[in-house]
Design a protein around this ligand. Structure first.
Ligand SMILES: Cc1ncc(COP(=O)(O)O)c(C=O)c1O
Length: 371
């Protein structure tokens, strides 16, 4: 086997789209039909996602960020309102709240599964709080059993940021389905990608109608672009049939993709269990599927350097949001978020990794930890 630092081994990218060879057929059909805007294929994708998640409605939009922002707007949340957001998430969760015009109040996470801490949520609810955006971090469901009664009692809505949790089940429910609505992302590092794109799922008919208006200039059904009526305010956050043509063939094989992700986590666990200096966060429920394999490592820099030297992709967890310029706040409120952010990393999680790749990556990590 070549030396791990001689540069001769093939690079392994952290993640990448996993296309099926059928996207081109779908794209050709869309191009031949000459209707490349938000049309019948986007509706088909919505119907399939709603059926899969088990909600009455699904509305396709331009991104996961737009999905969260439009959900808040559709719930009538905006200027003057406050929305609770966990401190450890991709910054899009908080930015979406700002896009809706509301202000963000950051809340610490719980340290085992990385969801928002229900006790901290309870303590943070104030007179202007109108919603909580839960984040199902890396496919692990937030603690809905505790969060739902807290939010119900306080009269605030739950919007689920399930961007990383399509197909993952928690507490017997598909993630995305709790609360008022759930938001998915089809950006490039997700199980199903359209390059960009998002989807909102909900059982609430009023939310569904308002979301259709908000994504299409105040029209509930598509118009001519000419002398249409625009009875309410809306914008342009549409998804297109070109994107749906790319997403649909992937979505048709989502179960295989979820099974591959489970096997990937197990393959890493087999190679990395019981290594000093490293812990594999728990996978507490059999129905949960992680978007990427995650690890907590004391000396993350050493592991990262060894992976870099072997051209193996990886990513560090996000910085806590309260340390980002738009959301600056005092460290003392966020001990768990700071600790997990410091130690967390995602390993290469492409869906086409082989047993030989897992052997190689596992060996690089184990040897970095022993050094
Ligand atoms: C937790 C989380 N929230 C929100 C988003 C935003 O989705 P998008 O990039 O589609 O806007 C992402 C992914 O990118 C995410 O991982």
């Amino acid at each position: 086997m070549p030396n791990s630092t001689d540069g001769s081994r093939k690079p392994i990218a952290w993640f990448g789209p996993h296309l099926t060879n059928r996207e081109l057929d779908g794209l050709r059909d869309v191009l031949e039909r000459q209707y490349i805007n938000d049309g019948p294929l986007a509706r088909e994708f919505e119907r399939k996602v709603a059926a899969f998640v088990g909600t009455r409605y699904a509305v396709a939009v331009s991104s996961g960020t737009a999905a969260i922002a439009l959900s808040l707007m559709a719930a009538g949340i905006g200027a003057g309102d406050e929305v609770l957001v966990p401190d450890l998430t991709f910054i899009a969760t908080a930015n979406a709240v700002r896009l809706a015009g509301a202000s963000v109040k950051l809340v610490d996470i719980e340290p085992v599964r990385f969801g928002v801490d229900p006790d901290a949520v309870e303590a943070a609810i104030g007179p202007r709080t109108r919603a909580l955006v839960t984040v199902d971090v890396n496919g692990r469901g937030a603690d809905y059993a505790r969060l739902e009664p807290i939010c119900r009692k306080a009269g605030i809505a739950i919007v689920c940021d399930a961007a990383e949790a399509l197909g993952s089940r928690h507490g017997g429910r598909m993630l995305g389905s709790p609360g008022l609505c759930g938001c998915f992302s089809f950006s490039a590092n997700k199980t199903i990608t359209a390059g960009q794109g998002g989807m909102i799922v909900t059982d609430n008919a009023g939310m569904h109608d308002r979301l259709r208006e908000l994504k299409d200039q105040g029209r509930r059904t598509g118009g001519s672009g000419g002398d249409d009526d625009h009875p309410v305010l809306g914008f342009n956050f549409k998804f297109t049939d070109l994107q749906a043509a790319v997403a649909l063939p992937q979505f048709d094989e989502i179960e295989q993709r979820l099974a591959t992700a489970r096997r990937r986590d197990q393959a890493y666990a087999d190679r990395l269990a019981n290594q000093p200096g490293l812990s594999l966060p728990p996978q507490s429920e059999p129905g949960e599927v992680r978007q990427w394999t995650d690890l907590l490592v004391e000396d993350r820099a050493a592991v990262a350097a060894a992976l870099d030297a072997d051209k193996i992709g990886h990513r560090a967890f996000w910085h806590p949001l309260h340390r980002q310029a738009p959301y600056r706040a005092d460290d003392r409120q966020f001990p768990n978020s700071i600790d997990i952010s410091r130690r967390g990393m995602w390993l290469a999680s492409r869906l086409d990794l082989t047993e030989a790749d897992f052997d190689r990556i596992g060996a690089v990590i184990v040897s970095a930890l022993r050094r």
